[in-house]
Design a protein around this ligand. Structure first.
Ligand code: SF4
Ligand code: SF4
Length: 70
């Protein structure tokens, strides 16, 4: 199953956190992180992951690896 990860190019703009329906995105140091347990890939809320849609620097990507960050 795929999940999402936030890359180092994150500029901590806070846009993704605002649109996440499950509060899965947390402010990290130095970049934001997605809690895999909470991320539902926006199922039932949006056609595509809202966080990917709003990220201005395309820092959020799909990953098939287990890159769990807390
Ligand atoms: S895909 Fe949706 S649920 Fe998952 S972190 Fe992004 S906004 Fe939140
Ligand atoms: S929208 Fe993109 S750049 Fe902004 S905080 Fe989220 S991951 Fe970082």
């Amino acid at each position: 199953m795929s999940s999402l990860a936030i890359l180092n190019q994150c500029i901590a703009c806070d846009a993704c956190r605002d649109v996440c329906p499950t509060q899965a995105i947390h402010i990290g140091e130095p970049i934001y992180t997605i809690m895999q347990q909470k991320c539902i890939l926006c199922a039932g809320y949006a056609e595509n992951p809202s966080c990917i849609e709003v990220c201005p620097v395309d820092a959020i990507i799909y990953t098939t690896k287990n890159m769990e960050q807390t």
